[in-house]
Write a protein that binds this ligand. Structure first.
Ligand SMILES: *Cc1c(COP(=O)(O)O)cnc(C)c1O
Length: 377
């Protein structure tokens, strides 16, 4: 029996064991330690961020970022609707309300025109949002220039959720580093992993200093334990930072491997009627963290779900594109602007196995199943 093919599995580079052994040998097993400091410094250099803080998850990083740009109870936060729930949950942790913005078709990310309309409408109504969370989906930057300009005009801070987009570019700049704060994830399925972890970056040194304090149980500077605000236990352990340092060194290889998967899929499947791959927008490099396509059932002869189930029968994991947040039972009561683009991408969209460790045989298995569904139509 061939092995199950996963959507995106961890891919170790070979140096991890050495770094982790070093952590053990020096007994730096606790949170904090030299690998954490080095990982932060190396990550900051890699993305070109002035300041970086390693945390226990991308979700924790987003929670702190939102709190530190001032989001609190009763506030509204504009956020991409086509995303993973972790982009939105921290808005609710803080007692604020998400307002969902639809996607545009060039990158599948937040539509700058709809964002601008929402900001204008809210300015007229005297109810500006406290923040905007822009998500960079599946390895590709949103169209940041108009988004940043609109938010600047309205005095609204931008937090970038770049959990899926480490390694991508936007007009030669790095998504995640262009707003007031940005977050990345090192969850097991992301382009590099620490098994679990995240990073907060910001040009604002004071924001990162405060985030560090909050992430370390908000201890005041006193010899005894003293607290004047509510803290969290959100720091990354030194052992996991060791893994992250090794992973960071192979990031460019991982991007190249995922882009090669995408090229293979396009060559093998791109000519099938009704199959359209997620576009690479002209403004930068898409890492193809996940290779994602849409299936037009009328032209392909079968729908997205038929393709997914055929793959599953062959022990191949594929996944529908994110179900938009405005369609989620837990968020259905919140406001939105637009929504039909994200809904259409969800209805017809499929993520193919995209790991940087896929073999040529595994890629061939995937395309054979998809082709067979088309031929059986
Ligand atoms: C993975 C992910 C997160 C959360 O990261 P964790 O490290 O798993 O907490 C946030 N936003 C998006 C878009 C993600 O894909």
């Amino acid at each position: 029996m061939p092995q199950r093919i996963h959507l995106s599995s961890p891919h170790l580079g070979g140096l991890e064991r050495g770094y982790v052994d070093e952590a053990f040998a020096s007994n730096w097993i606790a949170p904090l330690g030299p690998h954490v400091d080095a990982f932060q410094a190396e990550f900051a250099r890699c993305v070109g961020a002035p300041h970086a803080l390693a945390l226990s998850s991308g979700t924790a990083a987003l929670h702190l970022a939102l709190q530190l740009v001032g989001v609190g109870p009763g506030d509204d936060v504009l956020v991409s609707t086509l995303t993973f729930s972790a982009s939105v949950n921290p808005i609710r942790y803080l007692g604020a309300s998400p307002v969902f913005i639809d996607s545009e078709r060039d990158s599948w990310n937040m539509d700058p025109v709809l964002l601008e309309e929402e900001l204008e409408a809210r300015a007229r109504a005297g109810r500006p949002p406290r923040a905007v969370v822009v998500v960079h989906l599946y390895g590709q930057s949103a169209d940041l220039d108009p988004i940043l300009a609109a938010c600047e005009r309205h005095g609204v801070p931008v937090v970038e959720d770049a959990a899926e987009a480490l390694g991508s570019t936007y007009k030669g700049r790095v998504p995640g580093t262009l707003g007031k704060a940005g977050i990345y994830s090192f969850n097991g399925n992301k382009i590099i992993t620490t098994s679990g972890g995240g990073m907060l970056v910001s040009p604002d040194e004071e924001l990162i200093r405060h985030a560090l304090k909050l992430a370390t149980q908000a201890r005041d500077a006193a010899p005894h334990y003293q607290h004047s605000e509510i803290g969290y236990n959100y720091r990354l352990s030194n052992v996991l930072a060791a893994i992250g340092r090794a992973q960071l060194r192979v990031l460019e290889d991982r991007v190249a491997a995922r882009r090669a998967n995408h090229t293979y899929y396009v060559r093998a499947l791109g000519a099938l009627p009704g199959v359209t791959f997620m576009p690479e927008a002209p403004w930068g490099r898409h890492t193809r963290w996940l290779t994602t396509l849409t299936v037009d059932p009328a032209r392909f002869g079968a729908d997205r779900e038929a393709v997914r189930l055929a793959l599953e029968r062959e022990d191949i994991e594929a996944r529908p594109v994110w179900k938009p947040m405005h369609l989620q039972p837990v968020f259905s009561a919140f406001e939105r602007r637009g929504g039909h683009v994200a809904e259409e991408l969800f209805r017809n969209g499929l993520c193919l196995p995209s790991g940087s460790n896929l073999t040529a045989d595994e890629l061939a298995r995937v395309v054979n199943v998809v082709r067979a569904v088309h031929q059986r139509r």
